[in-house]
Each structure stands twice: as structure tokens, then as C-alpha cells.
Design a protein around this ligand. Structure first.
Ligand SMILES: [Zn+2]
Length: 167
């Protein structure tokens, strides 16, 4: 079975009205997307599919917990990835998918939400993934990382120092 099949919602034969679905997202989900910058996030996407005779509206509410190492000290940080999206769905000759409007061709029978969930989770990320204050960082780790980079810089002598020596 396609491991991402659970993220496909069959819509043919659904009665007019609202239909609720709940999609689990876990660490495994992200392993299917090598380009993902999120490795470990867990939670739920609530889906409400509002069906009418000639169109549908998809409401998605994402609530994930994301574990990521701090960009400065590598200590694990936790962020909430929250996002709500609304996608209008219409029927047409050919399938055309844009951010907030999907036109489904005649052969479509299900809504594939995996890519949408991946994109929503990335948009929901905070801009910086580091401890808010550097003082909150793991100081021993920071010291270690700084020493490493000092070692690096010692290897190349700064030409400005050489110039000073000659004064
Ligand atoms: Zn930190």
C-alpha cells in the first residue's frame, strides 16, 4: 500500500454537506519527502470538506509539535506548527492545482493532501529556530562550538596582523 494513501480523501459519492476527517501526521510522514526541512513533527490535521452539487470547499486546520535542534547550541527546541487553510474546489476539464483553488479534471476521484500538508507545515515554521535569548542556550555547547571555530580561524593568519607587526 502507498504509505501516503491515508492522506487521500475519496470524494465521489459524498453527500452534500460537511464531512469531517482527521489526518495523523508523524515523523514517518516527513521521511517520504527528502526535500523536507522538517524531520520530526507530530500532530493532527483536521479536515472539513464542505460539499455542494457543483463545488466543494476544503478547510484544513493543522496543529503539529515540531522538534528541531537550536541553530546555535543544538539543544532540542519545540515549536507549535499551527496553520489554517481554505481551498476552493471546482470541477473542470483538466486538473489545475493552485494554492487556494483546485480545479479537478473528470478522472479525479480523491483529494491528495500529502503535498499540501507538507507545504502548510513549512509555512508555519518560525523564522528563526534558535533559543530566543542566547543566554538560554546550552552554554557548554556554545563554548565548545566557539572553540572549534577559533581553531579554524587560527589556521589562516590575518594579513592585517602582519601589517601591524611591521609598524
Ligand atoms: Zn540554543
Amino acid at each position: 500500500m502507498n504509505p501516503l494513501a491515508t492522506y487521500k480523501i475519496p470524494f465521489t459519492g459524498l453527500k452534500a454537506g460537511k464531512h469531517d476527517f482527521q489526518l495523523d501526521v508523524n515523523q514517518e510522514f516527513f521521511t517520504y519527502f527528502p526535500e523536507s526541512e522538517i524531520d520530526d513533527a507530530t500532530g493532527i490535521v483536521d479536515v472539513v470538506l464542505d460539499c455542494a452539487d457543483t463545488n466543494m470547499v476544503l478547510h484544513l486546520t493543522m496543529n503539529l509539535k515540531w522538534k528541531v535542534p537550536c541553530g546555535r547550541c543544538l539543544e532540542e527546541l519545540n515549536y507549535n506548527l499551527h496553520r489554517e487553510d481554505r481551498i476552493a474546489i471546482q470541477y473542470g476539464e483538466e486538473t489545475v492545482i493552485t494554492e487556494d483553488l483546485w480545479i479537478l479534471g473528470k478522472n479525479e476521484i480523491e483529494l491528495d493532501l500529502a503535498q499540501t500538508i507538507l507545504e502548510m507545515s513549512h509555512i508555519a515554521r518560525p523564522t528563526h529556530q534558535v533559543h530566543e535569548n542566547e543566554s538560554d542556550c546550552d552554554q557548554s555547547m556554545l563554548g565548545f562550538i566557539n572553540n572549534e571555530s577559533e581553531e579554524e580561524s587560527k589556521k589562516t593568519t590575518d594579513p592585517r596582523w602582519d601589517a601591524l607587526k611591521n609598524l
